[in-house]
Design a protein around this ligand. Structure first.
Ligand code: ZN
Length: 131
């Protein structure tokens, strides 16, 4: 892994900007990545136009899963929910600046899957297609 990007991951892991639980919220979803033991909960507050005014994540797991959640929410806050719906696996790779191997990729994609499952009202993060 590139050192610069590894530092960014570690920085977001150790000092997340968006860790917590939003209350009130109008979208809330949580799920796991059983392969690694990662757990992510995301709470969102959106306005009547679908603008994401605030978002928080909580959970536990490896540094990639937790740091990516923080980086993703940095990106999502202030955007419209429609823009988040169109995000793919490649957008996450671009945001975090590394392309993890297949096992770590599941860790990196968990937060986007949780976010989209919450937005779409799905029952499981694995129902989200990101390709
Ligand atoms: Zn993980």
């Amino acid at each position: 892994m590139d050192d610069l990007y590894r530092e960014i991951i570690i920085e977001h892991y150790n000092h997340p900007s968006h860790r917590g639980h939003l209350n009130p919220n109008n979208i809330q979803f949580a799920d796991n990545n059983p392969l690694c033991g990662d757990h992510i909960e995301i709470t969102l507050l959106t306005d009547e136009n679908g603008l994401i005014s605030d978002a928080k994540f909580d959970g536990h797991g490896c540094s990639i899963s937790q740091a990516t959640a923080d980086i993703l929410l940095d990106h999502a806050i202030g955007k419209n929910i429609e823009q988040v719906k169109s995000m793919t696996k490649d957008d996450i790779i671009e945001l975090i600046g590394i392309e993890p191997g297949p096992v770590r990729l599941k860790c990196a994609l968990l937060s986007l899957k949780v976010l989209k499952a919450g937005i779409y009202g799905l029952s499981a993060a694995d129902d989200v297609e990101l390709d």
